[in-house]
Design a protein around this ligand. Structure first.
Ligand SMILES: *[C@@H]1O[C@H](CO)[C@@H](O)[C@H](O)[C@H]1NC(C)=O
Ligand SMILES: *[C@@H]1O[C@H](CO)[C@@H](O)[C@H](O)[C@H]1NC(C)=O
Ligand SMILES: *[C@@H]1O[C@H](CO)[C@@H](O)[C@H](O)[C@H]1NC(C)=O
Ligand SMILES: *[C@@H]1O[C@H](CO)[C@@H](O)[C@H](O)[C@H]1NC(C)=O
Ligand SMILES: *[C@@H]1O[C@H](CO)[C@@H](O)[C@H](O)[C@H]1NC(C)=O
Ligand SMILES: *[C@@H]1O[C@H](CO)[C@@H](O)[C@H](O)[C@H]1NC(C)=O
Ligand SMILES: *[C@@H]1O[C@H](CO)[C@@H](O)[C@H](O)[C@H]1NC(C)=O
Ligand SMILES: *[C@@H]1O[C@H](CO)[C@@H](O)[C@H](O)[C@H]1NC(C)=O
Ligand SMILES: *[C@@H]1O[C@H](CO)[C@@H](O)[C@H](O)[C@H]1NC(C)=O
Length: 542
C-alpha cells in the first residue's frame, strides 16, 4: 500500500480524535517570498511511529513528507530539494518560498500507543517590501496657497505606511494634513502648505509584519514671501549731504530671493536692485528736491509684491571754501572804515555768525551788519579792533569758519617813562620808555631839550655825575600813523650816601615825624642857648 494513500486514509478516519498535547502554535505564520521558513512543532516527546505533513491551498490537499523511525524521511517529488522534516520533533523546513506555498500545513502524528493527532497552521508567504518612493504632484508649491499631495509607493504584502518629518511622525489632523492609505501606496495631502512643512526631510516607511523599509529623505522647496520688506535707513532725515556715498537698501524675506524696484514719490524709477545709491539719484538730477523713496520687493514665483515704508530726504551741498574778505588798505584808528565780508565757494549757507576774539560780535553804531550778515562794516575802526574776526557759516550738514586778524594803526598813546627820579653819584641811571602803538613806536631821547642820539626804548647812564641831573624826554614815533608823542622825566643826581639815610622799615610818615621831632628838639636847644646867653650877665673885663 502506498504510504501517502495510507496516510490520507488515516487522516480521514482519525479526524476529530482528541489527543491532549498540542502539536502546533496558533497561526497564521508569515514568511517572506524567496526566503526559508521552518514550521516548528510543539512536540517534545520524540517517541512516535509516524509524522506526516500535508499542504492544502484550500482546493486540494497534497502530501509533502513523512518521517518514521523505520522508513526515515520520505518526500513527495514536488517538494524534493525544498523540504526537510526533523526526525526528532517533526519541524518542517521549507526553503525558497513561492507565493503558492501560502496555505494550510497539516501535521499528523501517530504515536506508539496507536493514538493519532492532527493539527494545522496557516502560512502566509509575503511579498517582500520594496524601498518606498516619495513623489509630489507639485514641483513649485507656494506657501499658504498650494495644496501639496505627496505619494509614497512601495510593493509588498500587507503593507502599512507611515510618514515622518525628520524623526518625528507626521500627525494627520484630517483638515490641513490628511493621510490616505491604500494597499501599496499612501498619500499625504497638505493644504495651504507652509515653508516648514516639507523640509526635515520627509520620509515614508512601508511596513509589514516581517519587514520595514524607509524611503530616502525628500525635501520640497515651498516658495514664500516677500515679507518683512525693510528699507534702511528707516528714519527719514531732512537733508543728506550732496555727493556723499549715501545709499538706501531694501531687504525682504523671500524664496526665491526677491527682486527690488524703487519708487520716487510713488513714481516707478528705472533703477532696480536692492541698493539705490545717492549717486544714481543725483545722476538723474533728482536729489535737490525733497522726495519720498520706497522700494517694493517682488517674488517671481509667488508673484506677490510688497512695498516698504518710505524714506524722505533732499540733498544739500556742504559748505566749503570759506574766507573772510578784508580791506587791503592800512587802517587808521578813528579815521578808517573796514568792511569785512564772508564768502563760501560752494554750499547753501543757512546761518552766519561773526565773532571777535571768540566772542559774538555785537552790532552798534560803529558795527553794522548787512541784512544777511554776509558782511559787517566797522566805521570808524578803533584800536580795540586789533582782534581776530571769525565768520562761521553753517547749514544742516556742515559748518565752516574762517578768521582774519585785523590790524588798525593807532598811537603812540600813553607814553610812559619809568626809572628812579633820584640817584646818587656813581650809581647807574636806567630809564625805559613805553607806549601803546600799532605798529610799535620807535624811541629817541632828548636831555634838557637836546637830542642825545639814543634810539632805543632804554636810556642808560652807567655812572651818574651831577651833570646828569635834568629833564629827560622820550620821543615815541609811530611810522604807521605818522604821529609822535613825548614824555618828560626829571632825574636828580645826589651826593654819595644822600639817599642811604632813610631808616629801613619806617614809613614816610614816621620819617617825617622823626625829622619834625628832631627839628623841634634842635630848635628848643638853640632857643635855650640864646636865652641863656642873654640871661647870663656879661661881665666887663673893665
Ligand atoms: C535557505 O536555506 C539554505 C540551506 O538549505 C541556505 O543555503 C539559504 O541561504 C537559506 N536562505 C535564506 C534566505 O536564508
Ligand atoms: C535534513 O535535516 C537533517 C538534520 O536536521 C540533516 O541531517 C539532513 O541531511 C537533512 N536532509 C536534507 C535532504 O536536507
Ligand atoms: C533636506 O533638507 C534638510 C534641511 O534643510 C537637509 O538637512 C537635508 O540634507 C535635505 N535633504 C535632501 C535630500 O535634500
Ligand atoms: C553705497 O553703495 C556703493 C555701491 O553699491 C558702495 O560702493 C558704497 O560703499 C555704499 N555706501 C554705503 C554708505 O554703504
Ligand atoms: C493664491 O490663491 C489665490 C486664491 O486663493 C489666487 O487668487 C492666487 O492667484 C494664488 N496665487 C498664486 C501665485 O497661485
Ligand atoms: C583822517 O584822514 C583825513 C584824510 O586822510 C585827514 O585829513 C584827517 O585829518 C584824518 N583825521 C584823523 C582824526 O586822523
Ligand atoms: C561790504 O562790501 C561788499 C562788497 O565788497 C558789499 O556788497 C557790502 O554791502 C558791504 N557791506 C557794507 C556793510 O557796506
Ligand atoms: C618837556 O620838556 C621840554 C623842555 O625840555 C619842554 O619844552 C616841554 O614843554 C616839556 N613837556 C611837558 C609835557 O612838560
Ligand atoms: C639841565 O637843566 C637843569 C634845570 O632845568 C639844570 O639844573 C641843569 O644844570 C641842566 N644840565 C645841563 C648839563 O645843562
Amino acid at each position: 500500500m502506498d504510504l501517502f494513500a495510507y496516510k490520507s486514509l488515516l487522516f480521514l478516519s482519525l479526524i476529530g480524535c482528541c489527543v491532549a498535547d498540542e502539536l502546533l502554535p496558533a497561526g497564521p505564520l508569515e514568511a517572506v517570498l524567496g526566503k526559508n521558513v521552518t514550521i516548528k512543532t510543539l512536540i517534545k516527546d520524540p517517541s512516535y511511529l509516524f509524522i506526516t505533513w500535508t499542504f492544502s491551498d484550500g482546493k486540494e490537499a497534497n502530501s509533502i513528507a513523512s518521517v518514521s523511525e523505520s522508513t526515515g524521511l520520505k518526500l513527495n517529488d514536488a517538494y524534493k530539494g525544498r523540504v526537510n522534516v526533523s526526525s526528532i520533533n517533526g519541524n518542517l523546513f521549507l526553503k525558497d518560498l513561492k507565493s503558492e506555498d501560502s496555505g494550510d500545513y497539516q501535521i499528523q502524528i501517530i504515536k506508539k500507543d496507536g493514538s493519532t493527532k492532527t493539527e494545522e497552521i496557516n502560512l502566509r508567504v509575503l511579498e517582500p517590501v520594496s524601498k518606498p518612493k516619495i513623489t509630489s504632484d507639485l514641483t513649485e508649491p507656494i506657501e499658504h496657497n498650494s495644496t501639496v499631495v505627496l505619494t509614497c509607493t512601495a510593493t509588498g504584502s500587507f503593507l502599512t505606511f507611515s510618514w515622518l518629518r525628520g524623526a518625528t511622525p507626521i500627525e494627520a489632523d484630517g483638515k490641513r494634513v490628511i493621510v490616505a492609505n491604500k494597499e501599496e501606496s499612501s498619500t499625504l495631502t497638505i493644504n495651504n502648505v507652509l515653508r516648514s512643512d516639507l523640509v526635515g526631510p520627509i520620509f515614508c516607511t512601508a511596513v509589514n509584519k516581517l519587514e520595514t523599509e524607509k524611503s530616502s529623505g525628500f525635501n520640497l522647496t515651498v516658495y514664500y514671501g516677500p515679507e518683512e520688506v525693510t528699507l534702511t535707513p528707516s528714519k527719514s532725515s531732512d537733508v543728506i549731504e550732496a555727493g556723499s556715498n549715501f545709499n538706501m537698501s531694501c531687504a525682504a524675506g523671500s524664496l526665491p530671493p526677491a527682486t527690488f524696484v524703487w519708487y520716487r514719490n510713488k513714481v516707478l524709477m528705472e533703477n532696480s536692485g536692492p541698493v539705490l545709491t545717492l549717486a544714481t539719484i543725483e545722476k538723474l538730477k533728482l536729489g535737490a528736491q525733497k522726495a519720498e523713496y520706497t522700494c517694493a520687493a517682488k517674488n517671481a514665483k509667488t508673484l506677490r509684491a510688497i512695498a516698504s515704508t518710505g524714506f524722505s530726504f533732499a540733498t544739500m551741498e556742504p559748505i566749503s571754501g570759506v574766507s573772510v574778505i578784508v580791506p587791503t588798505e592800512v587802517l587808521m584808528a578813528g579815521n578808517s572804515s573796514a568792511n569785512l565780508s564772508c564768502l563760501a565757494t560752494s554750499g547753501t549757507v543757512t546761518t552766519r555768525t561773526w565773532l571777535k576774539d571768540g566772542k559774538p560780535l555785537v552790532a552798534s553804531s560803529r558795527v553794522v551788519f548787512s541784512a544777511d550778515k554776509s558782511s559787517v562794516k566797522i566805521d570808524p575802526v578803533q584800536k580795540e579792533d586789533n582782534a581776530e574776526f571769525t565768520c562761521q557759516l553753517s547749514n544742516a550738514i556742515s559748518k565752516f569758519k574762517a578768521s582774519h586778524t585785523m590790524t588798525v594803526n593807532y598811537g603812540p598813546d600813553s607814553v610812559m617813562v619809568t626809572g628812579q627820579a633820584e640817584v646818587e653819584v656813581k650809581d647807574p641811571i636806567e630809564l625805559s620808555c613805553s607806549s601803546e602803538s600799532v605798529p610799535a613806536a620807535t624811541f629817541t631821547w632828548k636831555f634838557n631839550g637836546t637830542a642825545t642820539g639814543v634810539k632805543t626804548a632804554k636810556y642808560v647812564v652807567e655812572k651818574a655825575t651831577y651833570k646828569n641831573t635834568g629833564s629827560y624826554m622820550c620821543v615815541a614815533t609811530n611810522a604807521g600813523t605818522g604821529r609822535t608823542m613825548t614824555k618828560n622825566f626829571t632825574v636828580s643826581v645826589k651826593e654819595e650816601g644822600a639817599l642811604d639815610v632813610e631808616p629801613e622799615g619806617l614809613s614816610d610818615g614816621a620819617i617825617a615825624g622823626i625829622v619834625i621831632a628832631v627839628l623841634v628838639a634842635l630848635g628848643a636847644a638853640i632857643g635855650l642857648i640864646i636865652y641863656c646867653r642873654q640871661k647870663v650877665p656879661v661881665e666887663s673885663p673893665y
